[in-house]
Design a protein around this ligand. Structure first.
Ligand SMILES: [Mg+2]
Length: 267
């Protein structure tokens, strides 16, 4: 009982720290209102205009389909199989919002909820066919996203409009207080055998990548290399992610442009 109480206190403290970090970042970013987000231009164009980006998404979902087929072939009578997927830049394309950060000089998270409330995001290439295929084979889909609870309704509406399977309040699991997805992943694992995790951010797979340093992330990716393409499917996202925050040590209250320049590797 004491252990349980201790864990609850720790969990509550972690939530407070995480929430206050988010607020600090927001406040800092709001201080210099008109943001110059020109550093995003090439990555947004890559995701919006490069057939190579599209091909990588198809490649990811083709591989995901092969894995589902293999699992079903190996165990045709398997029950309660599930896939856990992220939403943003895995299932839904938010590049129009990222483009608005550049053109309209918004400061993230300005207008983010305005964008998600439109429920107009397009599907990531290959995602719609894959999830419908998996569903047709009896696999349950859980969408674990760090969109907030107040975005849940519009998110479900967006997924429904596009005909994604399992687009309902049980299978779309939004964030409450903490950004870690582990509690929600555990909840799914209580009742399901999760055969695949799909995401654009390595923290979509396990917490080793959550708010950890660049070096640690690289080291962990090396240790887990056999999981990629077998249980973890990674979608490309050059626009944003934990990879970017890790470059700034999760502190946006500094000159991020000079940090980016200092991290370039040249000869
Ligand atoms: Mg994502």
């Amino acid at each position: 009982m004491k252990t349980k109480q201790f864990l609850l206190i720790i969990a509550a403290m972690s939530s407070i720290v995480l929430v206050s970090c988010k607020q600090t970042n927001t406040t800092t970013k709001e201080a210099n209102k008109e943001a110059n987000n020109d550093h995003l231009i090439m990555s947004i164009l890559y995701q919006q205009r490069a057939a190579e980006y599209e091909a990588m998404c198809y490649q990811s979902y083709n591989l995901a389909k092969q894995i589902v087929d293999q699992k079903l072939k190996a165990n045709p009578k398997a029950k309660n199989l599930a896939i856990i997927t992220d939403i943003d830049e895995t299932v839904l394309d938010n590049s129009p919002y990222e483009a608005a950060l550049v053109i309209k000089k918004y400061v993230f998270p300005d207008k983010w909820k305005e964008w998600t409330s439109l429920a107009n995001a397009k599907p990531i290439p290959g995602s719609l066919d894959f999830f419908n295929y998996a569903a047709s084979k009896g696999v349950t889909i859980f969408y674990i996203t760090n969109r907030d609870t107040d975005e849940k309704h519009a998110t479900i509406e967006n997924l429904k409009k596009l005909n994604f399977p399992f687009a309902d309040s049980v299978h779309v699991m939004t964030r409450d207080s903490i950004s870690s997805k582990e509690i929600r992943r555990n909840k799914v694992r209580e009742n399901y055998d999760v055969i695949l995790y799909i995401g654009d951010n390595l923290a979509d797979f396990n917490d080793s990548y959550l708010k950890t340093s660049m070096d640690y992330r690289h080291q962990t990716a090396l240790e887990q290399k056999d999981s990629f393409g077998s249980i973890y499917i990674v979608l490309p996202n050059a626009m944003y992610g934990e990879w970017e925050s890790a470059m700034y040590n999760f502190n946006y209250n500094q000159n991020t442009d000079s940090i980016r320049r200092s991290l370039l590797i040249t000869f």
